[in-house]
Design a protein around this ligand. Structure first.
Ligand SMILES: *Cc1c(COP(=O)(O)O)cnc(C)c1O
Length: 469
């Protein structure tokens, strides 16, 4: 295939995409294939001779599509959303054609400057003060790693990268048990070590880190000769949407000179609505914040927005300038690769630009408010249904529940119900544990979901629960 053939197949792909989305409601949300089925359908070796595109596309439909879980299905209520609004997909199609490497300003000046502007649009959109500057990372995991590396270097007076960690005081980083596993991995990779990620107990309906316990732990660690480096707080934890009291955490951390990173990977998108910002009140005191427009806001994976109060500390941690990366004669420019762990960077800002313009902030706010309202209504229906119990109340559009008819093994029945639901295919839900108890998690966040899609959850649950009895 040559670029001269591209219009033909590109048109095919565009038609296919529109048909795919139009037909999604008729497909089971979760892939229904058995392990190994795709592998068995694939030849053992790559072809020696070129193959025609129509044969490749026929196999794509026959072999690949049955094994796809439809994340863009309007009744996808599992995990968190991973949206792909069509305007942003179109941007990525153009980016794929250009495929620029956006590591330095000069390797595509407009990509760098669009990124600067888009991060500032988003900063204003979520109500962060202008002391923050943004950079686009590939994932929240990478942003959190960059934050942990920065807190490590700051605490070690910038000696870690130079001397290594052996012989240094033992660092401590603090978080509740509600933070995402990407925090643990950042701690491993940064050389801080799992033992030095200290879990602070939580309290209250939002399962927030107890600031008094945080202060006491920091004092005890200092007395024991440890070097406290920072705190990772969450707004919208993955399991149940836990929210730390960011103002209280920052007050403790600032008194101790510690860095605070806020992981709002999922919930951060909702902060485009001022009415939800109470969930992260005090965020303006944090050192960095991450949120994923590739989750709820609508750009397709990957696009993670990382806002930093002092980019100087970040670049002092991550920037490296061998001669081949120097940009002589260009002053006052940003080389975003100095703000992130990977050198190479995709051109991600374009899809955010297309998204924000094609739907507008009001359009996106309306979508998010609808999801929250519908999730609250669904929670009330489930609460009112005999045998069901709400375990954690809605935080934005996320809540958890159990199927626990009196006198039955609630864990076993709840697990059986979620499995029956996902084999049925009309909706997709996943499970988690809350205080040791098995629960089903619900979140609404798909771009095309309607109120009817959300209410289908109640229909499916009651129908399948009755069959379990
Ligand atoms: C999804 C999620 C992450 C991980 O995001 P990636 O972009 O996949 O690395 C981290 N924290 C929270 C709270 C999340 O919801």
């Amino acid at each position: 295939m040559r670029w001269t053939d591209y219009p033909k197949w590109g048109t095919w792909a565009a038609d296919w995409a529109a048909r795919y989305h139009a037909g999604l409601r008729d497909k089971p949300v979760r892939a229904q294939v058995k392990p190994g089925a795709t592998l068995a359908a694939l030849p053992m070796l790559a072809p020696d001779a070129p193959e025609p595109m129509d044969a490749i596309l026929a196999d794509f439909e026959a072999i690949i599509m049955p094994g796809i879980t439809h994340w863009q299905h309007p009744r996808f209520f599992a995990y968190f959303p991973s949206n792909a609004a069509p305007a942003s997909v179109l941007a990525d199609q153009l980016v794929a054609a250009i495929s620029p490497q956006c590591m330095l300003w000069q390797t595509s000046p407009s990509a760098t400057e669009l990124e600067t502007r888009m991060m500032d649009w988003l900063r204003q959109g979520i109500g962060l003060p202008d002391v923050f500057q943004g950079v686009i990372q590939d994932s929240a995991s990478t942003a959190t790693l960059a934050a942990v590396l920065t807190m490590r270097e700051r605490a070690l007076d910038w000696a870690g990268n130079r001397d290594g960690l052996s012989g240094q005081p033992r660092l401590r980083v603090y978080a509740s048990v509600e933070v995402h596993s990407s925090v643990d991995r950042a701690i491993w990779i940064a050389g801080v070590g799992q033992e030095n990620l200290v879990r602070i107990p939580t309290h209250g309906p939002l399962r927030a880190m107890d600031p008094a316990a945080l202060a006491a732990q920091i004092a005890a660690d200092r007395a024991a000769g440890f070097l406290p480096a920072g705190v990772i707080a969450c707004t919208g934890g993955t399991g149940t949407g836990a929210c730390d009291d960011i103002a209280a955490v920052c007050a403790v951390a600032q008194a101790e000179g510690l860095y605070v990173h806020v992981d709002a990977a999922w919930a951060g998108a909702a902060m485009i609505c001022p009415d939800y910002r109470h969930l992260w009140a005090g965020v303006d005191m944090a050192d960095s914040v991450v949120l994923n427009p590739h989750k709820w806001l609508g750009t397709q994976f990957d696009l993670s927005a990382h806002f930093i109060r002092d980019p100087g500390a970040l670049t002092r941690t991550l920037a490296i300038q061998p001669e081949y990366l120097k940009t002589h004669g260009a002053d006052g420019i940003i080389n975003y690769s100095e703000w992130s762990v990977p050198l190479g960077r995709r051109f991600r800002a374009l899809k955010l630009w297309f998204l924000l313009r094609a739907y507008g902030m009001d359009g996106l706010r309306g979508m998010i408010r609808n999801h929250v309202t519908w999730a609250e209504t669904l929670a009330e229906h489930i609460r009112a249904t005999p045998g069901f119990r709400i375990v954690t109340e809605p935080v934005l559009s996320l809540f958890t529940f159990q199927y626990a008819p009196a006198g039955k093994d609630a864990d076993a029945l709840t697990l059986a119900l979620v499995q029956a639901v996902n084999d049925d295919g009309r909706i997709y839900l996943t499970q988690t544990r809350v205080n040791g108890v098995l629960v089903i998690r619900f979140q609404a966040g798909q771009f095309d979901a309607t109120e009817a899609d959300v209410m289908t959850v109640h229909t499916v649950l009651t129908e399948l629960a009755a069959r379990l009895e």
